[in-house]
Design a protein around this ligand. Structure first.
Ligand code: SF4
Ligand code: SF4
Length: 356
């Protein structure tokens, strides 16, 4: 199968209205809007960005898409699930406040923001599947109570999966806290006793109180660790490592199975729009301004999450002239794509059509 991927060149120097126009052009080309009924609940899945993060999708870039969806259904809302790790998005109140701080206010986006798994991340629905790694994915309930989804994703590198794009936004981003735990349960960080300076920063960020300070270095309690990977991201001395090959591969496979469950729920009423602007080494969960690792490229869209991710990665790597994602964490990001293809999530073969 060859999937169609639409592409428009764009960069952050352009006016937000122009980026919004381009995003809406891609969205309309995908044809989802014609399938939306007036009574449909339409979830626009997005990541609002962790506090101090600057790479996330900006509210003014998506107004064109929102306007188009609103023309079809007034029951449209912006949404994300709460996070596993300690930060400003681990409960709905903090999460909503942060979304407002980042400009996702009713005045700007014209639709409500609803955190999909409730106040503290417990509102989930379990789906029975024939998955190989996961038999009963636990998805944030607002997503499974919706009739259509527009999945908007900022393409980035990722500390656990090499690349974080549409598959990750769908698989991890639509999972409830319990679902995120399912997927992370294969991750086992280790602390290098030689590199650790015993600064304690990782233990402050650990959501599971799994890190204890010993005399010269910290120790991780495997029984308590939930595999969120936060310690790895916050350690400035490179003292935390994962068993990359095994851990990352299995996590990517579970993520693809979760993504498949969410996509199957929506049938033909789901589409994917990836923003390849300010592509950063880490995802938007990082609470800081990260430099771009590639030139701005534009916006791509497809009905196929595997194809849209493959096209995004190819466009970035071609523009840089090397595999800039693998360079970040030496992870094989292709597992999520190949496994996604194997389980019927989509196709890595695509035809790119450039729009204006
Ligand atoms: S942040 Fe790094 S250096 Fe500091 S205690 Fe944790 S592992 Fe050690
Ligand atoms: S030890 Fe690291 S991976 Fe495990 S729960 Fe704590 S921060 Fe997350």
């Amino acid at each position: 199968m060859i999937s169609k991927v639409y592409f428009i060149r764009a960069n952050r120097e352009e006016a937000p209205e122009e980026i919004a126009r381009k995003a809406a052009t891609i969205y309309l080309e995908l044809g989802l809007n014609q399938k939306i009924e007036p009574e449909d609940f339409v979830a626009i899945k997005i990541h609002f960005g962790e506090k101090y993060n600057t790479g996330h999708i900006k509210p003014r870039w998506i107004i064109g898409i929102i306007d188009e969806v609103l023309r079809k259904s007034q029951r449209t809302f912006l949404s994300d699930s709460n996070t596993l790790y300690v930060g400003c998005r681990s409960n709905s109140v903090d999460h909503l406040r942060l979304a407002w701080e980042h400009g996702f206010t009713p005045e700007v986006v014209k639709v409500p923001v609803i955190i999909a798994d409730g106040l503290v991340g417990r509102e989930k629905l379990e789906v029975k599947t024939a998955g190989i790694r996961i038999k009963a994915p636990r998805i944030s309930s607002a997503f499974l109570n919706s009739n259509a989804m527009v999945c908007l994703t900022h393409v980035t590198g990722h500390v656990q999966s090499g690349v974080g794009a549409a598959i990750k936004n769908l698989g991890m981003g639509c999972a409830s806290r319990a679902g995120k735990l399912d997927q992370h349960s294969v991750v086992h960080p280790r602390v290098s006793t030689k590199k650790c300076r015993n600064c304690g920063v990782c233990s402050q960020f650990c959501p599971a109180e799994a890190i204890v300070q010993a005399q010269e270095h910290v120790l991780i309690d495997d029984e308590k660790c939930i595999g969120c990977g936060e310690c790895l991201v916050v350690c400035r001395y490179g003292a935390v490592k994962m068993k990359w090959d095994e851990d990352s591969e299995r996590l990517q496979e579970k993520m693809a199975e979760y993504a498949h469950t969410v996509k199957s729920h929506f049938g033909d009423k789901i589409c994917f729009v990836n923003f390849i602007l300010q592509v950063t080494k880490d995802c938007d969960c990082l609470a800081k301004n990260q430099p771009a690792i590639a030139e701005d490229i534009g916006i791509v869209g497809s009905l196929d999450p595997v194809a849209v991710d493959r096209a995004s990665i190819d466009l970035v790597n071609r523009s840089v002239g090397k595999d800039v994602f693998r360079q970040g964490y030496n992870l094989d990001w292709s597992v999520q794509l190949a496994y996604g293809e194997k389980i019927g999530l989509g196709s890595q073969k695509y035809e790119l059509e450039e729009l204006k």
